[in-house]
Ligand binder design. Structure first.
Ligand code: SF4
Length: 356
């Protein structure tokens, strides 16, 4: 029978191996991304345009959002089904004032050997130490340009580069590494500033990943012409600094990794548009209001909040989760047809609700 073998021997690697939950395309449930809240202190046009998310926009209320205990329950059950990597995201997760408490709880889950956070880093400097002490392993920073004007444009006029760089420094001091820097590259918006950003982080030990602009959600007006294919970016990099490919850290890793031949470190390319990687996608995403999505481009998810608040225990929630995953057959990026109108009519989940 597809997928399920046995439950909840999370801390023993042998039985963990046999606890893998496989979807309809034989992909294991390995990563869980948890969105802590739908709010953000930036207004990046490709995710949360100011015009839509203005001052009067009604975000989720406290009661609508999962509590930390409810998030912990989902994570605990998911780790029993094979999840070993948990990523905390948002909106902007550092807006959650009690984040270190949640991190402490998650870092104690058996079998979770990779606990990461994605942030825009503006609030990171004063929090990095407490998060590391609580058990956070590493951080990924969203930073689309080091050009002040371009950065301002791409953060919706809300970001401050100095605080972002201070956040990166504090994360390094706190040992939250390797630090990954995610750069969404949009033609004619920030692609002309990519090499300067790479130059800045060369030799720093931080890993810059260049991400193809994606048609996430329904509000960023995505068009294929705005995408700078990774192979084109790679050519630009090669002209300036020779790089050579290096293998993946683990199956399902999204980035194609390259190392500078002169030893100045590593960069990565995340090419969801031109080199889809659905074949090894092992990620589930939990929204802040408790909906589980099995793809970044999903048009629907499964509500877990109701069964949890109706008293479901770990086994009952485990059955719900494994049923969702066993039926999973998502491969949106492989099927993406930007030339077909219907494709643009899909009502996909918004990225700010589930994180990237
Ligand atoms: S498009 Fe969906 S299935 Fe494909 S890699 Fe992205 S999240 Fe995974």
């Amino acid at each position: 029978m597809h997928g399920m073998t046995s439950h909840s021997k999370a801390d023993d690697p042998i039985s963990r191996e046999s606890t893998r939950t496989l979807d309809a395309l034989d992909r294991p449930l390995h990563d869980l991304r948890i969105s802590l809240l739908d709010r953000c202190n930036f207004r990046c046009p490709y995710c949360m345009p100011e015009t839509e998310f203005h001052a009067d926009y009604e975000f989720l209320t406290r009661a609508q959002r999962l509590t930390h205990d409810e998030m912990l329950m989902v994570a605990r059950v998911a780790s029993g089904l094979g999840v070993s990597k948990i990523r905390l995201t948002g909106g902007e997760p550092l807006l959650d004032k009690k984040l270190p408490e949640l991190v402490k709880g998650l870092s104690g889950l058996p079998g979770v050997d990779d606990l990461a956070l994605t942030t825009n880093a503006t609030l990171l400097a004063p929090l990095a130490g407490a998060l590391a002490d609580a058990g956070l392993h590493r951080v990924t920073i969203s930073l689309d340009s080091l050009d002040e004007d371009v950065f301002r444009t791409m953060s919706g006029g809300r970001g401050n580069l100095t605080t972002v760089l201070a956040g990166i420094e504090a994360a390094e001091k706190a040992g939250l590494s390797p630090i990954k820097i995610n750069v969404v590259v949009e033609r004619g918006v920030n692609d002309h500033t990519v090499l300067d950003l790479l130059e800045h982080f060369r030799g720093s030990g931080h890993i810059v990943r260049l991400i193809e602009f994606m048609d996430v959600g329904n509000r960023n007006g995505w068009r294929m012409e705005q995408v700078v294919p990774s192979r084109e970016l790679l050519e630009r990099v090669q002209e300036r600094w020779p790089v050579t490919p290096v293998g993946r850290n683990y199956p399902g890793e999204v980035a194609r990794r390259y190392a500078y031949v002169d030893g100045a470190g590593e960069i990565g390319f995340i090419s969801s548009v031109t080199e889809a990687f659905c074949g090894s996608c092992s990620r589930a995403r939990l929204s802040a209001d408790g909906v589980l999505y099995t793809c970044l481009f999903a048009t629907q998810g499964t509500d877990l909040r109701e069964p949890i608040r109706n008293g479901a225990d770990d086994d009952e929630l485990g059955d719900i989760l494994s049923r969702i995953w066993l039926q999973r057959a998502d491969r949106y990026s492989e099927l993406r047809r930007p030339d077909v109108a219907e494709h643009h009519a899909l009502s996909k989940v918004e990225m700010y609700r589930i994180g990237g």
